[in-house]
Design a protein around this ligand. Structure first.
Ligand code: ADP
Ligand code: MG
Length: 353
């Protein structure tokens, strides 16, 4: 494989995935509000108060149309480049952004199931599974290096960080702290699992997914409000011919964000102020960080990473030495067109970073 040692021109690679209309939407007579003229472009009918439809045009690195497969996302989203860079010692993040029901979890993990009962070639497998497989392929090609993989899986709900791998302490919030040594934020006492083979990584994914729903009455409601972050830390060591050891420390985060509609919805639901602020705080601050970064402030200006748990944990990928892939997930349905437009605008802004 050709590994790129230089940072790509843009630190954020933005792709859009449009899910198919669901059976329910088709039955209720909903129709497509988006069109695909090609060349990374997407048209979305604007919803105006007078009811007429004026299409808005957006363009991105890649637009995945409703018939795109899970394998297409692995091959053409740029995730393979991120995995190669994580192996080379960079901090990388892939996150799915979009309203609830737009396909974020489908894209990352596919439908809930037990992995050991699944055909390894099933179309259902999401980007995380496929990335794990690709990661091991990349590691095998680095014959002269010694690798250690450590995985962790957490979620942020109400600005509280919860460990999805440590049942003993699960639901007990953990602290996010600054490390002077690594000059980065970390989660104190977060459980990490050393993974030697693919099955170890899959066990982490499965265990975390299972723990996500524990103690929740309504999984959909819950997942629309929480962010989950699955991290693989990759340490590599290589002995050079002169006897010197070169050690590199990279990582890749897979992030399933809360529903993007949450930033508005919470304000109208009669939540306590603290609840309302906390639920959307991470998502709002991520938006501010993306806006500041796209404003060309990356090197000089102030980026408000410290204002939320999510942005603290993603700061190293968003800042100088990292690479981020944003998969903006949208529904094609007319009934969702205003949220789709919000997501497309947000994604267009991120593309400028
Ligand atoms: P989110 O995590 O953004 O709330 P989900 O991933 O749960 O959304 O998707 C909502 C529903 O749409 C699920 O039933 C899911 O299986 C289905 N879905 C999403 N994307 C696709 C797709 N690309 N192809 C087929 N079904 C999809
Ligand atoms: Mg989801």
């Amino acid at each position: 494989i050709a590994t790129k040692h230089l940072l790509p021109e843009n630190n954020i690679n933005v792709v859009v995935r449009v899910r198919p209309l669901s059976n329910k939407e088709i039955k209720s007579g909903d129709e497509m509000a988006v069109q695909f003229p090609g060349d990374g472009q997407i048209y979305c009918d604007a919803v105006t108060s007078s009811g007429d439809k004026k299409p808005k045009v957006f363009s991105y690195n890649v637009v995945f149309e409703p018939n795109a497969t899970q394998e297409d996302i692995l091959q053409y989203s740029g995730i393979k480049n991120l995995i190669e860079m994580a192996v080379e010692g960079f901090s990388c993040t892939a996150f799915c952004y979009g309203q609830t029901g737009s396909g974020k979890t489908h894209t990352l993990t596919g439908p809930p199931r037990l992995f050991d009962k699944m055909d390894p070639y099933s179309e259902d497998h999401g980007l995380v599974f496929r990335s794990f497989v690709y990661l091991f392929k990349v590691l095998q090609e680095h014959e002269k290096c010694n690798f250690v993989l450590k995985a962790s899986f957490l979620e942020i709900y109400n600005e509280k960080v919860i460990d999805l791998l440590n049942p003993g302490t699960s639901r007990k919030p953990l602290a996010v702290r600054w490390s002077k040594k690594t000059r980065g934020f970390f989660v104190e006492n977060l459980f990490t699992v050393e993974c030697e083979e693919l099955d170890d990584l899959l066990a982490v994914l499965e265990e975390g997914m299972r723990n996500r729903s524990i103690g929740t009455h309504n999984m959909n409601e819950y997942s629309s409000r929480s962010h989950s972050i699955l991290t693989i830390n990759i340490t590599s060591e290589q002995a050079m011919e002169n006897g010197v050891f070169i050690s590199k420390q990279g990582k890749i985060n897979f992030v399933d964000l809360a529903g993007s509609e949450m930033t508005k919805k919470t304000q109208s639901e009669g939540k306590t102020l603290e609840e309302a602020n906390n639920i959307n705080k991470s998502l709002m601050v991520l938006g501010y960080c993306i806006a500041s970064l796209s404003d060309g402030k990356r090197k000089s200006g102030h980026i408000p990473y410290r204002d939320s748990k999510l942005t603290k944990l993603l700061a190293d990928s968003l800042a100088g030495n990292g690479v981020t892939l944003m998969v903006a997930c949208v529904s094609p349905a007319r009934s969702n067109a205003s949220e789709t437009l919000n997501t497309l605008r947000y994604a267009a802004r991120a593309k400028k970073i």
